[in-house]
Design a protein around this ligand. Sequence first.
Ligand SMILES: Nc1ccn([C@@H]2O[C@H](COP(=O)(O)OP(=O)(O)OP(=O)(O)O)[C@@H](O)[C@H]2O)c(=O)n1
Ligand SMILES: C[C@](O)(CO)[C@H](O)COP(=O)(O)O
Length: 238
Amino acid sequence: MHASRFFVLIPSAGSGSRAGGDAPKQYRRIAGQPMVAHTLEAFRALPGRFATVALVVAPDDRAVEAALPRFPGAGEALLRVGGASRAASVRNGLVALRDAGASPHDWVLVHDAARCLITPTQIESLLAACEHDAVGGLLAHRLADTLKSASPDGRVAVTLARADKWLAQTPQMFRIGILLDALEKMGDAVTDEASAIESRGLAPLLVEGSAQNFKVTYAEDFALAEAVLLARRNQGTA
Ligand SMILES: Nc1ccn([C@@H]2O[C@H](COP(=O)(O)OP(=O)(O)OP(=O)(O)O)[C@@H](O)[C@H]2O)c(=O)n1
Ligand SMILES: C[C@](O)(CO)[C@H](O)COP(=O)(O)O
């Protein structure tokens, strides 16, 4: 059997409804480039590490070519197989990777196009923590705030212990075979890959990410993402 390879799958087929705007958020410009270009750049900064870096877009996407004029390059793939949910886009992307020759034992790192502040160092730290692990894992971030649960009338029902609570981020890294199998069984019931793996009775590894690896979700998030990217550029770290 050949050594396991590492694939990257970037779901980028959402509509960005919570962000508002005329176009899907992954094509909005942040610090001079479409959001998805920043995301891709972090993986391109690790040449030779990945067998394929694949981007999943909606079948009727008309914006990707203009947003990413030099994509796909060598070792990259554009997959027009996005689905109605994130889970469906990931599932369809994994099927496309499998059909193109990825083996069930190969690893895949699934990363949201909308987490455009991911850094090569964070990707490397996930790889280092998980590549010899039996299950795989995800970047995640400890809660910084006190955690409340709400009652239906919008009042605090209870304050929850937070010491064991983490916010799931991406990339999330698992073997392609078990991930695809788990996602096919779970349908749209899961919002991340780790949940699908958990449904098989397995416990993904939590790897410390960063508060800066947030998902650009709401309109106000664009200004914050731009500020971080410009600060990194000024410091020479991007
Ligand atoms: N049908 C979908 C829905 C989401 N995504 C991708 O999954 C990532 C995380 O999803 P989210 O931030 O929720 O993006 P949207 O679904 O676009 O946003 P919203 O829920 O506000 O519409 C994004 O990179 C998004 O493009 C996808 O590939 N296919
Ligand atoms: C995968 C994810 O980014 C982990 O936090 C998140 O679950 C995706 O969010 P969505 O709004 O369900 O697409």
